[in-house]
Design a binder for this molecule. Structure first.
Ligand code: CP
Ligand code: NVA
Length: 316
């Protein structure tokens, strides 16, 4: 499917593996499939996408399934109860079996290593649908939405307020690559992974982005073009919910914090949101909130990713 362009990678496990041209290619194709939502051809006819999910999902599961159907193919979903990745049989055997029946895999796992091992052994493209470490489809979509709103994100300022988690890591990767300044504010002990930050700082030197890790949410949001937050306790951290609620309460995105951003600034969240915790209802339901546009864009961006990766599939 080279008519849509090609990517420098066979799998999408991390935005850190993509180059600027890859992201431009994904965004250009996402824009096209969005504009041609009901008229786009069905180039993935007869292709099957395996959705292997160890964790819950609404958006990722539904958007990949709808994307496959819209593009002429179909998706098969297996959850943790059935797959028990690495427990019932070796991951290598799961990857090699699936490669004989399917044309792509989307995996949502606890350990990031699981997605990397699937990619290592699969003969078909593997897409990271969220791990404890990264959420690349989300990060790409968030910046696609930013480009829709602002035209270009270069030189804009993106404020992430809250936990230095999987979503935050992918946002840092994407911001640095696209030359967007990113300020992350969270409590001590919940900062983003230092390897992610150091990698982004190296990339940022070439792209003109500035990456700042702060503690003060006001300082992060001051004059920002976009304010982003995510849940305080991610999937797998449910036991820490109370402790985190206490530590993160100064980081709630409310209208007062939004007022510190640039006039016309937008609010984004990957969703699911915990209203009244990391974001207040008045902010998430306000005109500046682009969360639904962003959720819709998961569909378009992932269609582009599927077209670009499955087009390189030797079995496809
Ligand atoms: N944002 C996101 O990935 O949502 P789900 O967990 O519902 O897939
Ligand atoms: N950080 C969140 C993202 C959910 C889409 C989690 O991992 O649960």
């Amino acid at each position: 499917m080279t008519e849509y362009g090609t990517l420098s990678v066979r799998h999408l496990t991390s935005i850190a593996e993509l180059d600027r041209k890859d992201v431009d290619t994904i965004f250009a194709l996402a824009k096209r499939v969005k504009a041609e939502r009901y008229t786009f051809p069905k180039p993935l006819a007869n292709q099957r996408l395996m959705l292997l999910f160890e964790k819950e999902s609404l958006r990722t599961r539904v958007t990949f399934d709808v994307a496959m159907q819209d593009l002429g193919g179909s998706a098969i979903y297996i959850d943790q109860q059935d797959v028990r990745l690495g427990a019932r049989e070796a991951l290598k055997d799961v990857a090699r079996n699936l490669s004989r029946w399917c044309h792509g895999i989307v995996a949502r796992t606890y350990r990031h290593r699981t997605v990397l091992d699937l990619a290592k052994h699969a003969e078909i493209p593997v897409i990271n649908g969220l791990t404890d470490f990264l959420h690349p489809c989300q990060g790409l979509t968030d910046f696609f939405t930013m480009t829709e709103v602002f035209g270009s994100v270069e030189g804009r300022t993106f404020a992430y307020v809250g936990d230095g988690n999987n979503t935050c890591h992918s946002l840092i990767h994407c911001a640095a690559l696209l030359g967007c300044h990113i300020r992350v504010a969270g409590p001590e002990g919940y900062e983003p992974n230092s390897k992610v930050v150091n990698h982004a700082m190296r990339i940022a030197k070439e792209t003109g982005s500035e990456v700042s890790i702060l503690e003060d949410p006001q300082q992060a949001v001051d004059g920002a073009d976009a304010v982003y937050t995510d849940v305080w306790a991610s999937m797998g951290q449910e036991e820490e919910t109370e402790e985190r609620a206490e530590r993160f309460s100064p980081y709630r995105v409310d209208s007062e914090l939004m007022a510190a951003a640039k006039p016309g600034a937008i609010f984004l969240h990957c969703l699911p949101a915990h209203r009244g915790a990391e974001v207040t209802s008045d902010v998430i339901d306000s005109d500046c909130s682009k969360v639904l546009q962003n959720a819709e864009n998961r569909l378009h961006v992932q269609k582009a990713i599927l077209l670009l990766l499955m087009g390189q599939n030797p079995l496809g």
